[in-house]
Design a protein around this ligand. Structure first.
Ligand code: SF4
Length: 337
């Protein structure tokens, strides 16, 4: 199948008076169009920075060096252009945990959308005001928000957290962005509201044809909506594969431990596992495999040689001794469905 967004060997470093500080070492993954791809890993693994790196939505104006190959529809684009060259570059938008930081408290719901439409959708002519209002109402309906005049004239503080997040998503849809990056976007919501937002991401990918990247530390929600999963550790992609294969048999020890440490995902009857030790910073990884200080399968090779990301059936894994163990075949599954 054709991949819309391909990332190969993405590296990033931050400029600092003391020198270059590594942020990402080797992020490699495919992000198919019209589907949801999840990026998981602990804090500091590079989930957010990898997406900021390719989109150009860098913090502090971008005091970073970004290297690597990023292809969109098979064409190379310079990481960080974010729609600057409309021929080759997609438009990226990020959705964060707190919608209040994005919404303008002085603008009404309708104004948020009509302002985005004014700049993004070409409704700028003299007769365009009505077109913008009609389109704004249509988009509100798509994201399951009321379309009546009263709601249109509401201010953000009059909405619930879930409605505020839907309004942010509506603005992203109005902005005709190609790639929507949801960064822990449901973390602050109650479970029912979060489930509805997840359904909305699914709808945006499947029915509106957008590419959705779902950044999360919660594998249970990932299992619910993602078609593909990438696991990052210390600035490296350590595993990438389609969701069904990933959840039936993760190949990387870290992926497996993440799953076994989730109360809703571990095999029934198995004790909940705690991943020992601290996550390693991309700025100061140990020699060899960055996961070796925490890995129960580590051997001498792991302490000396950095494993490469090796393609396998349905994905890729960066490990000298991935699952299934030799001779154990495909029966070695973390979860028995
Ligand atoms: Fe564990 Fe070695 Fe694989 Fe690293 S390379 S994850 S230390 S088995």
């Amino acid at each position: 199948r054709y991949s819309d967004l391909e990332i190969h060997g993405l590296e990033m470093s931050a400029h600092h008076p003391s020198g270059e500080i590594p942020v990402l070492h080797d992020i490699t993954l495919n992000i198919p169009s019209a589907q949801v791809t999840a990026i998981v890993g602990e804090s500091g693994s590079g989930k957010t920075m990898s997406m900021r790196g390719i989109s150009g939505l860098l913090p502090g104006g971008g005091n970073f060096t970004v290297r690597g190959d990023v292809l969109y529809n098979g064409r190379h684009l310079a990481p960080g252009t974010n729609g600057a060259d409309s021929e080759t570059s997609p438009k990226f938008a990020m959705i964060f945990q707190d919608p209040k930081k994005v919404l303008n408290p002085g603008l009404r719901v309708g104004q948020h959308l009509t302002e985005v439409l004014r700049y993004a959708s070409g409704f700028t002519g003299r007769d365009s005001r009505l077109q913008r209002i009609e389109r704004a109402q249509e988009i509100l309906g798509r994201v399951d928000l009321p379309t009546d005049r009263r709601f249109f004239r509401s201010f953000p503080h009059e909405l619930s957290g879930g409605m505020q997040q839907r309004l942010v998503i509506a603005c992203v849809v109005a902005g005709e962005n190609d790639v929507l990056i949801a960064d822990e976007a449901i973390t602050a919501l109650d479970s029912r509201t979060a489930a509805r937002i997840l359904d909305l991401f699914h709808d945006i990918a499947g029915n509106m044809g957008k590419t959705v990247v779902y950044i999360s530390h919660d594998l249970k929600t990932v299992e619910r909506i993602a078609s593909h999963v990438a696991v990052l550790y210390a600035g490296y992609t350590v595993e990438y594969r389609n969701s069904r294969d990933f959840f039936s048999m993760p190949r990387h020890p870290y992926s497996r431990m993440l799953m076994e440490s989730h109360p809703a995902l571990r095999d029934r009857g198995r004790p909940l596992r705690i991943i020992p030790g601290e996550a390693v910073s991309p700025a100061d990884p140990p020699p060899g495999c960055p996961f070796h200080p925490r890995c129960p399968r580590a051997q001498q090779t792991c302490r000396e040689v950095l494993p490469q990301l090796i393609p396998d059936t349905g994905g890729a894994v960066r490990c000298h001794f991935p699952y299934p163990e030799k001779g154990n075949g495909e029966k070695d599954s973390t979860r028995k469905n």
